[in-house]
Design a protein around this ligand. Structure first.
Ligand code: GLC
Length: 552
């Protein structure tokens, strides 16, 4: 459907709440066990009722699914697994009719190995022009049998794979920071730049409201591809003076986003770019959202912060300062398809390093404590100025599937790490809609590409809708109040408080989170607007609870 994006307020993205749909696991219309675009369209009323402003769709493009669709073979079509281009148009139209904006995923760091460009690169041989769109190099050692450098793949194992040349002999190596099925593109090649501008146009013309840019910090590599003697690490508390890894956050990426911004600005409506950039410190991340670059960048430092008052205070303050300096909103997030769901993550002992998946035999989270803290964290997040992303199922309080049988795992991390890392399948399990239906209403049959836990009936939407105090109703009320009270466009004023409390004002609302173990009284004269859990019998705020209060 050609045409403009949803009409509406200027700079809608500054305080928008955006809901991430992981298409494989949201809603399955045809019963094959994999969610699809018609399934999403049929469930849009849920999102309108929940009260979000926009959705972000993870990739649905033709793909061998080596990394659940983040290996794209054709950037201008829909994989038959998920539907057709006509289904995508229907989804965009149905979303617009509900005033929901739609952001799609763009994967520019790498293509799939099944992309025609990569086929041409292999066929071209070592000296062929077509190789230059990717990062091919001769191997080290007298016979070239050693990888060109020591980089590791984010998923484990070497970041290089050797190809067989057209004559059948072992030949060059190509770089893949992720799976071997995801060859990295060479962003110094003009054709790569032209191609992606055209891909952006393709989806802008169909009416999308923006793009979530996958691995936005990875496109440009240090020219000499120097060895890096360190394992891949996502956010390590990097010091601004520490040398930057040669594969991440190179200054050259910014020029690409300036080009893209110019293109987006030439379209009507406010079309946006959101960076998935695992970059620290906050000032380096803020560079991605300078006024002529992207609009938002996920705040992963916030996602990873420990559940203590000092840690949360520090990350919130630092983030707000860094983004204010570039006149951009902070973009809060607690869960997505790459991390352990926050209802489980926060059920691990405080200070546990971020697990890459949890499985049978691993220390299990405390489910009740995790959910309690997750609800408190969400209410804290939704009271902060800026934009916030929700991940499908978190509005149901959904935990990670922490006992998924290892034989059903599909994340390449599990195999590539030699089973050292369980990977991300546990947060990708199809979500429950109806307690008593096959696959909990995910689809019309029992089929589900990852098995759902037996205890998920209690999380199903139909068990929570209209039920006071349910996680779903807590989210709905929070989103309504956030909008009515203008919290997303407000300002944080910290209030003095003991070490294990956070207290601040945002407009006429006071927010209080109790990170301690003892209940605390409400401030004098405060009127309770919302709470992540009931107050105790004496009207005090119990441990691990956030409240919103009306003051003065
Ligand atoms: C991003 C995606 C992740 C994917 C990776 C490679 O981090 O969020 O799911 O595996 O990029 O595309």
């Amino acid at each position: 459907m050609p045409g403009g994006s949803a009409a509406g307020s200027a700079q809608w993205w500054r305080d928008a709440v955006i809901y991430q749909i992981y298409p494989r696991s949201f809603a399955d219309s045809d019963g094959d066990g994999v969610g699809d675009l018609p399934g999403i369209t049929a469930r849009l009323d849920h999102l309108a009722e929940l009260g979000v402003d926009a959705v972000w769709l993870s990739p649905f493009y033709p793909s061998p699914q080596a990394d659940a669709g983040y290996d794209v073979a054709d950037y201008r079509d829909v994989d038959p697994l998920f539907g057709t281009l006509a289904d995508a148009d229907a989804l965009l139209g149905a979303a617009r009719a509900r005033d929901l904006r739609v952001i799609v995923d763009l994967v520019p760091n790498h293509t799939s190995a099944a992309h025609p460009w990569f086929g041409a690169a292999l066929a071209a041989g070592p000296d062929g022009e077509a190789r230059r769109r990717y990062i091919f190099r001769d191997g080290r050692g007298s016979d070239g049998s050693e990888p060109p450098n020591d980089w590791q793949s984010v998923f484990g194992g070497p970041a290089w794979t050797r190809v067989s040349e057209p004559d059948g002999r072992p030949g060059q190596w190509y770089l893949h920071l992720f799976d071997a099925g995801q060859p990295d593109l060479n962003w110094d090649h003009p054709e790569v730049r032209v191609e992606f501008l055209d891909v952006l146009r393709f989806w802008l013309d169909r009416g999308v409201d923006g793009f979530r840019v996958d691995v936005a910090h990875g496109l440009v590599k240090q020219a000499d591809l120097a060895d890096w003697h360190e394992p891949q690490e996502i956010l390590s508390g990097q010091d601004i003076d520490r040398p930057r890894p040669p594969m991440w956050d190179q200054d050259g990426v910014h020029e690409i986003y300036r080009d893209w911004r110019r293109l987006l600005d030439s379209y009507p409506g406010e079309r946006v770019l959101v960076a998935e950039a695992w970059v620290e410190p906050a000032e380096r991340l803020a560079a991605y959202i300078r006024p002529d670059e992207m609009h938002q960048a996920f705040n992963f430092e916030y996602l990873l912060a420990a559940w203590t008052a000092p840690a949360q205070y520090a990350v919130i303050t630092r983030s707000l300062e860094a983004t204010e300096a570039v006149d951009a909103p902070t973009t809060w997030v607690l869960s997505n398809h790459d991390v352990v769901r926050h209802a489980s993550r926060l059920g691990l002992p405080v200070g546990t390093p971020r697990p890459n998946g949890i499985g049978v035999g691993d220390p299990q989270p405390d489910a009740a404590l995790g959910l309690r803290r997750a609800r408190a964290a969400t209410l804290l997040m939704l009271s902060l100025p800026g934009s916030a992303y929700l991940y499908q199922g978190e509005e149901l309080g959904l935990p990670e599937h922490t006992t998924l049988p290892d034989e059903s795992r599909q994340d390449p991390t599990w195999h590539r790490s030699g089973h050292a890392e369980r990977g991300r399948d546990g947060c990708r399990v199809p979500i429950p809609w109806e307690a008593d239906a096959p696959s909990y209403g995910f689809g019309p049959t029992d089929a589900s590409w990852l098995p759902q836990p037996t205890a998920w009936a209690e999380y199903a939407l139909d068990r929570q809708r209209g039920v006071a105090g349910s996680t779903y109703e807590m989210y709905r009320t929070a989103l309504r109040l956030r909008r009515e009270l203008g919290l997303g466009a407000g300002t944080v004023y910290w209030l003095e408080s003991p070490d294990d409390l956070l207290r601040f004002r945002n407009g006429t609302v006071e927010v209080l989170t109790n990170f301690g173990t003892a209940p605390v009284p409400l401030p004098d004269g405060a009127e309770l607007l919302h709470a992540s859990a009931p107050l105790d019998g004496d009207g005090r705020v119990p441990a691990d609870v956030t409240v919103w209060l009306r003051v003065g």
